[in-house]
Design a protein around this ligand. Structure first.
Ligand code: SF4
Length: 683
């Protein structure tokens, strides 16, 4: 029973799960969400995936945090807001005086609104006085931001979601949109099936899109650069590259030409396992398409060569003139609902909102004037993946964590938990008592997306409204309000009346958002850059000219992953998401329907490996790496390639990140979640 139509109240808002940013209508009976419907609007045109339609049970879930909690004698006990905020304020002041602001860190969140991300980085910089602020983009797309900003000048999806359907060729590499961005998956399937466009899938797993693909290249994990260099070798050798475009719009092509000259299809076959003939066929298909789009995700980014992987995608697209035109481009699919927005808002250690570098004196002066402070820190702060290990070295003494769950999401998470236990003071602000919140000294109850106003920015740079549908559950408060109250108590008043007032401040200091207002966003959202109030927003980037001027080619060589299989750990282990669950499960595991479909962790392995290790589907297996071991059920699947096992990272009781390696990309410090070595045995 979902309520009779006349009993239901409807509120349009933006999906709180993935970066597609589907527009949906919450149907409410009283203050309870009883049904969710898709809205016929960009980018989803009425479609929703199973998470958007059936995954909202977390909002009204009985386990929601309803009061602040304060740790007393090792136990978290209920406290009043005054008691909790007094404690937070006095401890933050004490930490700042005792150790200095550079020993304090803040984790912002891809789960919360733009307004809240903006305030978190403002609080850490203007009030605490540190640039140690980061968020989980570090774990998913930091390499995209670093790679694309260097090659093109703008670290975001170049084109728009709905353009995919009319791309002449779509190359999907290291991305599984049917499970992770399902509505984008529908556009790709429509292109391949209904419009007969060419689809190339490059992925070690036999993911669902393979059924629709003209070509499927099954590479060894961590060999993407070799495969793409091989394709570029063929394109150049067969004169299929865009000679005029390269001459007019790019630089450093000759260096790439020289580097890829040795990546013959036969040489690449030896590195990647992909037959030479398939590399040639993929190169021809991609290069001959008038508009070809590259779609990638964490199979590209979560590597020690993540930034180089992204630069290689840039190289291929420029080689064939596929940037700055409709239906083409380089299109990273951002994972979480507002990971694009959290980056745009400067919840990063090196930039303010709009990617304005903290090291530039002019930018600091601008922010000091806007915020009414002096002496903003001028150094690049620590990343999330640097802050956690810095704890045991005495580099970080306190953390303020908003809407993040590093106890589950960090690589080698047993070690991450030990590190966080060494903090002198830790505040967690969240909607549930997460694995990380359990470690905190103070837990502050925050509102979900359904209880607050604001904006999210989706993967195609579209800023869309989030609208309050119900009052806060229990004593929870919107994150922006909690940050404001802490800031005010610390002597820097933040007296915003509502989220719109914060957005108005964002506009004044962020050129790419300057033309947006809540009133303009009412008509369906705007894509940045949107520099003036008359500007219609930008459907695709780099038209006529790259953001940085000329597109920059980089000559890049293949490198092996940090840890390769060996005699002790003979299998590749790779991790990822399932359609029915989401990230550390904080939200999706509170939704009854989703849990029925994917109730537990399953270790996916190939029939070949199952036979070799005498494992049957449903057997309990122990998977061990150099960092630890987990026990879970086995699932024998044709998706898996022999020699590689796959484990989803949603399940705390069998946390995949117990096994993963904390090896980092040297440029952007993203961990290599996608490759490490492991062994498997029946438990
Ligand atoms: Fe929500 Fe993403 Fe599903 Fe759309 S595709 S309904 S944004 S989870």
């Amino acid at each position: 029973y979902q309520g009779r139509p006349w009993e239901l109240r409807k509120v349009r808002t933006t999906c709180p799960y993935c970066g597609v940013g589907c527009q949906l209508e919450l149907n409410l009976k009283g203050n309870k969400i009883v049904k969710v419907m898709g809205v016929r609007a960009i980018p989803n045109e009425g479609r929703l995936c199973v998470k958007g339609r059936f995954g909202m049970g977390f909002v009204n879930h009985p386990d929601r945090l309803k009061t602040p909690l304060v740790k007393k004698n090792g136990e978290l006990v209920e406290a009043s807001w005054d008691e909790a905020l007094d404690l937070v304020t006095s401890k933050f002041k004490e930490m700042k005086e005792k150790y200095g602001p550079e020993k304090m860190g803040g984790f912002s969140s891809a789960r919360v609104t733009n307004e809240e991300n903006y305030l978190m980085q403002k609080f850490m910089r203007a009030v605490i006085g540190t640039n140690h602020v980061d968020h989980c983009a570090r774990l998913c797309h930091a390499s995209t931001v670093a790679g694309l900003a260097t090659t093109y000048g703008s670290g975001a999806m170049t084109n728009s979601i709905m353009e995919l359907e009319d791309a002449d060729c779509i190359l999907v590499i290291g991305s599984n949109p049917n499970e992770n961005h399902p509505v984008i998956g529908t556009y790709i399937k429509r292109a391949a099936k209904l419009k007969n466009k060419d689809l190339i899938v490059i992925d070690p797993r036999r993911q669902n899109l393979v059924r629709y693909a003209r070509l499927w290249l099954r590479q060894f994990p961590g060999t993407d650069i070799a495969v793409i260099n091989g394709m570029m070798h063929v394109i150049i050798a067969e004169n299929l590259h865009a000679v005029d475009y390269i001459a007019e719009r790019t630089e450093n092509f000759e260096a790439v030409k020289e580097t890829v000259s040795k990546y013959t299809p036969e040489y690449v076959e030896k590195i990647s396992g992909v037959p030479a003939a398939e590399i040639i066929a993929a190169a021809r298909l991609y290069a001959k398409a008038p508009a070809a789009s590259i779609v990638f995700c964490m199979g590209i980014t979560q590597h020690t060569v993540g930034t180089d992987n992204v630069k290689t995608m840039s190289n291929l697209a420029m080689l064939c003139g596929n940037v700055g035109i409709p239906h083409a481009g380089v299109n990273p699919l951002r994972g979480q609902n507002n990971v694009q927005g959290a980056c745009d808002m400067g919840a990063l250690p090196n930039v303010y909102s709009g990617y304005q570098a903290v090291t530039d004196p002019a930018n600091r002066a601008k922010m000091e004037a806007a915020w009414g402070v002096a002496g903003l820190p001028d150094y690049v702060g620590m990343t999330l993946t640097q802050m956690i290990p810095a704890i045991s070295e005495g580099g970080i003494k306190s953390l303020y964590i908003m809407g993040e769950n590093p106890a589950m999401s960090d690589p080698d998470c047993t070690h991450a938990i030990k590190e966080m236990q060494g903090l002198e003071f830790m505040v967690v602000q969240d909607i549930f008592l997460t694995e990380t919140a359990k470690l905190a000294d103070v837990v502050l109850p925050a509102c979900t997306f359904a209880e607050k106003d604001g904006t999210f920015t989706n993967t195609e740079r579209r800023v869309a409204r989030v609208r309050r549908a119900i009052p806060p559950i229990g004593q929870s408060k919107p994150d922006w309000q909690i940050i404001s109250e802490i800031s005010t108590r610390m002597g820097y008043p933040m007296n915003y009346k509502n989220a719109e007032e914060i957005f108005e401040e964002i506009r004044t200091v962020t050129p790419s958002y300057a033309g947006m207002t809540y009133e303009r966003l009412e008509s369906g959202g705007l894509q940045w850059p949107c520099p003036t109030i008359e500007h219609p927003g930008t459907q695709y980037l780099h038209k006529g000219q790259f953001t940085r001027g000329k597109g920059l080619f980089f000559a890049i060589e293949h490198q092996d992953p940090a840890e390769m299989p060996d005699a002790d750990y003979p299998l590749y282990l790779t991790t990822g998401r399932l359609l029915y669950q989401y990230h550390t499960g904080t939200m999706s595991r509170k939704a009854v329907g989703l849990n029925e479909k994917a109730p537990e962790c399953r270790v996916e392995l190939s029939p070949t490996d199952a036979e070799a290790y005498k494992i049957a589907s449903g057997d309990m297996v122990r998977v061990t790496s150099r960092r630890g071991a987990i026990t879970a059920k086995a699932e024998i699947s044709r998706k898996a390639v022999a020699g590689t096992i796959f484990i989803p990272f949603h399940f705390a009781e069998a946390a995949a990140n117990t096994l993963t390696i904390a090896a980092l990309d040297p440029v952007c410090k993203i961990p290599e979640f996608k490759v490490c070595a492991a062994r498997i045995e029946r438990a």
